[in-house]
Design a protein. Structure first.
Length: 149
C-alpha cells in the first residue's frame, strides 16, 4: 500500500465486494446516500451493504486499486439528519469500485463516456456525476443492477 493515505471529505459504503465512494460539498447528501444504500441492501434491492466511513475517509493506493478506510475517530459513526450522530456496523477497509460525485457541475441527462470515469491517484474508476437537486440512489442502484446496452 502507498505510504500516503489521503484524508478526504467523503463517505463510503461497501456493497458486495466493492465500495461506493461518495464525494461532494458539505450538505450535498453524502451521509444520506450512504444510509440509503444500507437501507436498500436491507430491502434486498442491492447486495449486502455496510458502512466503511462517513464524512471523512482515508484513501490509499494498493497496486492498481484504491482502498478506502474510515477515519479512526469516526469509525462506525454516521450522521442521520434529524437524529444526529448514530453508531452502526462498519468494515475497516474496502476496495473502491465506484465513485459518486454529488452536486456535480458536469452532470447531464445523457453524459459523455469520459464523464462516467474519474482518476484517483492514477487509478481510473467508474463515476456517476449527480446534479444538484437530483436523487442519487436510483442512479447508483441502476449502475449496480443493470448493464450498459
Amino acid at each position: 500500500m502507498s505510504e500516503d493515505s489521503a484524508s478526504v471529505h467523503a463517505s463510503a459504503v461497501k456493497i458486495g465486494n466493492r465500495a461506493v465512494l461518495i464525494r461532494g460539498p458539505s450538505g450535498a447528501g453524502k451521509s444520506r446516500l450512504a444510509f440509503d444504500l444500507i437501507m436498500a441492501s436491507r430491502a434486498g434491492v442491492v447486495e449486502a451493504a455496510v458502512l466503511v466511513g462517513d464524512d471523512r475517509v482515508h484513501l490509499a493506493t494498493l497496486g492498481n486499486e484504491i482502498v478506502v478506510r474510515p477515519a479512526p475517530v469516526l469509525a462506525g459513526l454516521i450522521e442521520i439528519r434529524g437524529l444526529g450522530i448514530r453508531r452502526c456496523d462498519f468494515v475497516d477497509h474496502a476496495t473502491v469500485g465506484l465513485v459518486v460525485d454529488l452536486a456535480a457541475p458536469d452532470a447531464e441527462r445523457l453524459p459523455q463516456p469520459e464523464a462516467l470515469k474519474t482518476t484517483i491517484s492514477g487509478v481510473e474508476l467508474p463515476r456517476i456525476p449527480v446534479g444538484a437537486g437530483y436523487q442519487p440512489l436510483p442512479l447508483v442502484v441502476a449502475v449496480l443492477t443493470t448493464t450498459k446496452s
